[in-house]
Design a protein. Sequence first.
Length: 135
Amino acid sequence: MLKDCYLFSLPQITDTRGSVTFMEGQRHIPFDIKRVYYLYGMQENTQRGAHAHKKLKQVLIALSGRFTVKLDDGKEIKEYTLSHPSEGLYVAPGVWRELQDFSSHAICLALTSELYDEEDYFRDYAAYRASLEKR
């Protein structure tokens, strides 16, 4: 599962006026985008996430500032630092994620493949690990 997660670049056009980055579902984002949300106003010691999804796919982007994403598939842990708005992190279904080390004024954009569904979440790490053993 962790092998299915990856960092990727989004298109970026820059000239003397600044930069623009754009993204399209099924073209730059590897799924149809069904929900968009963003996290902001976090204190520097805040941790977000701390869950896994059963079927939801997700792309995380640092629109401002920087933060670390820790991914865990029960066998391996990998950390990514996101700090540029033209870079996305694809998080596959079934991977536990924790967001931490937010800089001041960090903004995390999340693009998801599914609408919100509480039944899709593993919010307890022990239950998540137990589900992996059943596979």
